[in-house]
Design a protein around this ligand. Structure first.
Ligand code: ATP
Length: 713
């Protein structure tokens, strides 16, 4: 729900009054006096929200009282009614923290407050404008050069219901005589705040170039590029919230999918959309897009490079045609007193004939039975010339022994099982003849013998799912629709509101209205294919930075992306300011990366800390004490989180440094997209050698305040 009119209402009436008059302040007011003025307004909004919540609870309860409705259609109406009330309650509940965060004072002395929700007063006049409404745009877009009639922009920071801090930005110098200007820079304050390990929303401080990307049209493809820390991830998430607000029916009914590189990353960003009141987007990491698998393991770079490439397509196509390992090698049938046999060669020929008719084995069972009967018939006919084909087929085809044979010879295949076959180097070598060298076969086969699947395996499993054939499912009753298509409201309501971190749609759902891909520079061609299946009719938001890529063949990936994303309108946005790293950290990272990377998109870091990057060389045998010392010093120096980023083969020996909630130890690939207040980068040269300079550049750009590099001597 939103009390604020959505864009449709705004279009209908451009002059929906979104501002209100307030008495002129005294320009000499102290910060405390101004805080008190805002507090009075904030209290008024909360009072109103309390009333609205009570109304919504009343509506929901009234809906439940009609539970016994038996008149056709009445149950549906009740469901819709209850659903809408439940939504309204959830919205109001989710937005309690910092509900009012912005205020615009216009040249004509009108005032507009901006918040996480739209709220109207008893007379349906706007009290608070939703940050996503067109009327809120000047809060993000107005600049001294293009003021959009804004005289002063104010950011209000609260804790619970209490206003704590105000920070103003005077856009019209002439208004200084009538408007007090307080505080120094909400953005800098937000950027300097300690990190907690969960990304926060930035509604109060979205910058103009970010706002433009957030509000781009939902259809077609929106491509957002920018160097490290420019807010690509946070912008993409706010964009999801914007799209949901802007066309709730469409985006809730068909869904928005947000895909990121790793489970750690999804956890890191997982609270942003709920904090914006949006619970319905599906968040999946690349390792989770195959139902039942939650892959978090990375393959060795050389193996990942093979598994992600389109070379896997012909290999998988051959693999599914191989005879299953436990399939019987001979069929014997007694017909009219004679024994008839199909040997291995006959069975192989029959198998090949099935594939000529139906390339998807899991859809070919009937065809397989027919092929066996035909092959047997060729043996029967010469021996029993008077046999009748129809009678023979009916008789043999309905026998238990024949059907049991068929089940074993042509079992329903599971993608995980088929991928497992490729763990046998002989099978893989046969499927990949002419495509892979011996060394690659051995590497891939060995990786497929591991106990669990790796992240690149998930795209292969998904490809196999399609190659094996997907049986048509009756459209599930529990597929989630918007309220106007909802079927079982109590179920939907539970799903939306009762689980803290939920998935609205399963991993195979294919009809998303919008797909947001973060860290897109790293997607392999096979991963692009997996995503394209989930958004055939979708709009796309693609976010990335080529320089941070770990995929070795960017052209192959770009081609795959072009094929995955429907051609059509493309909106491109480029973000230019680094909000994460201090200038000191970013300049160090850029100096290191520039000579090593072909293309690099260098943003401008907006914040200085005066703390230079530290570089030390440690004895390889004394790495643990060196890192432990660095962690202890970092915990002292920063209030927030500390990240140790080290090559995977060092994790065992370094595990002991994680003795505090604020400390995490991750591999270079998992550090993508994340940030810590202090970062300790272990053996950067090894990271660059194993994963390429792009990944080492990622490692160097994770710190908000302090970076220490520990090399091995
Ligand atoms: N307008 C803003 N106001 C406050 N904080 C911001 C703003 N824009 C970005 N940030 C913060 O800057 C940090 C970096 O943002 P984000 O992770 O989205 O960048 P990114 O471009 O995806 O980075 P990378 O490509 O290096 O992973 C985050 O802490 C984010 O909250």
């Amino acid at each position: 729900m939103s009390q604020e009119p959505g864009p449709a209402d705004a279009r209908r009436s451009e002059d929906v009054d979104t501002s209100h008059a307030v008495p002129d302040p005294d320009p000499a007011n102290t910060p405390e006096q101004e805080i008190a003025i805002e507090q009075a307004f904030v209290d008024r909004v909360y009072d109103r929200v309390d009333v609205l919540r009570a109304d919504a609870v009343g509506d929901r309860d009234a809906g439940y009282r009609h539970l016994a409705a038996t008149v056709p259609g009445a149950q549906y109406e009740r469901d819709v009614f209850v659903y809408r009330a439940a939504r309204r309650i959830a919205d109001l509940d989710s937005q309690h923290e910092g509900l009012v965060f912005g205020r615009l004072d216009f040249d004509d002395r009108r005032v507009r407050h901006i918040g996480r929700l739209g709220v109207r007063d008893e007379e349906y006049r706007t009290l608070l404008v939703d940050w996503r409404a067109p009327a809120a745009a000047p809060f993000y877009r107005a600049t001294a050069v293009d003021r959009q009639e804004v005289a002063r922009r104010r950011v209000i920071r609260s804790f619970g219901r209490g206003v704590e801090e105000i920070s103003d930005d005077l856009l019209n110098e002439d208004a200084a005589e009538r408007l007090p200007v307080i505080g120094d820079g909400a953005l800098m304050a937000a950027l300097g705040r300690k990190r907690t390990g969960r990304m926060r929303d930035i509604v109060a401080t979205i910058q103009a170039e970010q706002d433009a990307a957030i509000r781009a049209p939902g259809r077609g493809a929106t491509i957002i590029t920018g160097g490290p820390g420019t807010g690509k991830t946070v912008v993409a998430l706010h964009r999801a919230a914007y799209l949901l607000y802007q066309d709730r029916n469409r985006y809730e009914a068909a869904g928005i999918l947000v895909v990121g590189p790793s489970a750690v990353f999804m956890k890191y960003i997982g609270r942003v959309l709920p904090s914006l009141g949006e619970e319905t987007a599906a968040l999946y990491s690349l390792g989770e897009l195959f139902a039942g698998v939650e892959a978090t393991r990375q393959d060795r770079p050389a193996v990942a490079a093979v598994k992600g490439g389109t070379v896997m397509l012909p290999i998988l196509r051959r693999l599914i045609r191989q005879t299953p390992p436990d399939a019987p090698a001979e069929l014997r049938i007694v017909y009219r007193g004679d024994v008839f046999k199909l040997d291995a060669a006959d069975l192989a020929a029959a198998r090949a004939r099935v594939f000529e008719k139906e390339p998807h084995p899991n859809l070919a069972k009937t065809e397989a039975g027919r092929a066996l009967l035909v092959a047997l018939w060729r043996k029967v006919k010469p021996v029993l010339p008077d046999a009748e084909p129809a009678k023979y087929s009916r008789d043999v085809g309905s026998r238990g022994e024949f059907l049991t044979f068929l089940d074993h010879w042509w079992p329903d295949l599971d993608p995980a099982e088929v991928l497992g076959w490729a763990g046998d180097p002989r099978r893989l070598a046969s499927a990949s003849e002419g495509h892979l060298k011996r060394e690659a076969v051995d590497g891939v086969a060995a990786s497929l013998r591991e106990a669990d699947f790796s992240i690149p395996d998930v795209a292969l499993l998904d490809e196999l799912r399609i190659l094996l054939g997907v049986k048509r499912q009756p459209r599930g009753r529990d597929r989630i629709r918007s309220w106007d298509g909802i079927q079982e409201v109590s179920t939907a309501q539970d799903r939306f509101y009762d689980r803290p971190e939920r998935q609205a749609r399963d991993a195979f759902y294919e009809d998303y209205a919008h797909v947001i891909v973060d860290e897109a520079q790293d997607l392999s061609p096979m991963q692009w294919r997996m995503l394209s299946r989930r958004g055939r009719a979708a709009g796309w938001t693609i976010v990335g930075d080529e320089a941070q890529s770990s995929w070795p063949r960017p052209k192959e990936s770009a081609d795959a992306r072009r094929r995955a994303v429907p051609s059509g309108r493309i909106h491109e946005f480029h973000l230019t300011k680094n909000y994460r790293n201090s200038k000191e950290v970013f300049e160090y990272a850029a100096d290191w990366a520039q000579p090593r990377l072909r293309t690099i998109d260098l943003p401008e870091a907006v914040r200085e800390t005066g703390v230079p990057v530290e570089v030390v060389t440690a004895d390889p045998d004394a790495l643990l004490p060196e890192v432990a010392g660095a962690v202890a010093a970092a915990l002292e120096a920063v209030e927030g989180t500390v990240g140790v980023i080290a090559p995977y083969d060092r994790h065992g020996e370094l595990a002991a440094v994680v003795h505090d909630d604020r400390v995490t130890l991750v591999g270079p690939l998992e550090s993508k997209g994340l940030e810590w207040d202090a970062v300790i980068a272990v053996d950067l040269d090894a990271v660059a050698a194993a994963h390429g300079p792009g990944v080492a550049y990622v490692v160097l750009t994770r710190a908000t305040q302090r970076l220490k590099r520990i090399d091995l001597g």
